[in-house]
Design a protein around this ligand. Structure first.
Ligand SMILES: [Zn+2]
Ligand SMILES: [Zn+2]
Length: 421
């Protein structure tokens, strides 16, 4: 029996790579335009980083992390998200010395032990951006606008921003008190997990997707009515910046997001037809995270979105992908004679050197089979190295679209091909 990929993981096969490259390149282009610089952090970190950063009682930390001991018994965890590692790198490398506000983006695999289901993987890919060192509401607005542009640039339709404020360490406790009072006599109806959350981390009840819990969640008091003046003002200004740029948003007062580190702004971006609205990414402000990780107080705001979700949404919305494979030239040889193959091999390199993606068939098939392959590969030109022509130092150049072919001297082939790119 052959060995298969671990549960919840997948291969990204050559035929899918052009889509991935297209999405990743497009994300990078947009974020560079907004002044973000790429950062790459390790795939695993000390477990403590996530326990302290994300919150010890979140689902992510209690149930979904891939944690293991190294040979010296130290606990390590495959990164389940990108913000805590980026902030760790920022603090460790004292990046605040470079400039007061640092804008970073990342792109890569994350790991969560989720129940495998359609579109959810245990190794999945995220891109994200972080503005570190900025307390101003413009930074929140910019992150929302930049993430919207990422999706818009890829052609995703019906984009909407859901926005909320989750308060700060001064005003949130008051809200949590109200929330507990409200839920207290309804505790019996909540799912067993929410019963536990009620004691450990009541705000997380608002994340529960179970319909029985949702019914109660919809009735709970909303956090925006309990915000302190500073949080109120901040939330108002974020919205005014969005309004100034004509970015539509919906207030979603029960949106809290699954991680403990959010403060003030929390938002999600959804794309798709009404009725099938799915969050394709989300983010928010996390002013307390740097201190939680042992650094100086550092305000920050960020966003993260899944690459698999983007590809799924683009396919659902029938968005046209770029050419799957961009091979320009194919070299076909009618004989398998050694000297003949050598000449073809040399010519192959010459055409490649001229900057044209070129390939040849190594499986020694008939000329007819090679022509079929060239057609299947979708190349623009096929160079046929016929025996007769070779004697005259010529080849046949066939335009695969017009089906025209002509004899051409080998030493003018590259010139001909590059002039007709
Ligand atoms: Zn507050
Ligand atoms: Zn529940």
């Amino acid at each position: 029996m052959i060995i298969k990929v671990p549960k919840g993981t997948q291969d990204i096969l050559p035929q899918d790579i052009p889509q991935w490259n297209y999405v990743e390149n497009s994300i990078k282009e947009v974020l560079k335009k907004y002044g973000y610089q790429e950062i790459r952090t390790p795939l695993f970190e000390h477990t403590e980083l996530f326990v302290r950063g994300i919150g010890a009682s979140t689902d992510l930390v209690t149930k979904e992390m891939f944690t293991f001991l190294d040979r010296k018994g130290r606990s390590l965890t495959l990164r389940p998200e990108g913000t805590a590692p980026v902030l760790r790198a920022y603090l460790e490398n004292k990046m605040n010395r470079i400039s007061p506000v640092v804008k970073l983006f990342y792109l890569g695999p994350m790991f969560r032990r989720e129940k495998p289901q359609a579109g959810r993987f245990r190794q999945f890919h995220q891109f994200g951006m972080e503005v570190i060192g900025a307390a101003s509401p413009e930074a929140d607005a910019e992150v929302i606008i930049a993430s919207m542009e990422v999706y818009r640039e890829l052609g995703l339709k019906n984009l909407k921003v859901l926005i909320n404020s989750v308060g700060c360490k001064d005003c949130r406790p008051r809200y949590i008190q109200k929330l507990k009072e409200f839920i207290k006599d309804k505790l019996e109806v909540l799912c067993s997990e929410c019963k536990e959350r009620y004691h450990k981390n009541p705000l997380r009840i608002l994340d529960c997707k179970r319909e029985s819990c949702q019914k109660i969640i919809r009735e709970t008091p909303v956090i925006t009515e309990y915000l302190c003046l500073d949080c109120q003002q901040h939330f108002k200004e974020v919205r005014s910046y969005l309004e100034a740029l004509g970015v539509g948003y919906l207030l979603e007062p029960h949106l809290v997001r699954g991680l403990d580190y959010y403060t003030k702004t929390a938002f999600e971006i959804i794309s798709g037809e009404l009725g099938a609205q799915n969050a394709i990414g989300g983010g928010g402000r996390y002013d307390g995270l740097a201190e939680e990780l042992g650094g100086d107080p550092t305000p920050a705001v960020g966003f993260a979105g899944g690459i698999e979700r983007i590809i799924l949404a683009m396919n659902q919305q029938n968005i046209k992908w770029p050419e799957a494979r961009d091979l320009k030239v194919f070299i076909a040889i009618p004989t398998q004679e050694k000297d003949h193959k050598l000449r073809a091999f040399k010519l192959l390199q010459e055409v490649r050197k001229a900057g044209l993606s070129t390939d040849i068939d190594y499986s020694s098939k008939s000329l007819k089979a090679q022509m079929r392959l060239a057609h299947k590969l979708g190349v623009k030109y096929t160079v046929i190295m016929g025996e007769e022509e070779l004697l005259k130092d010529s080849v046949i150049l066939r335009n695969m679209q017009t089906k025209e072919q002509k004899e051409i001297r080998i030493n003018s082939l590259v010139k001909e091909l590059t002039s007709n790119k």
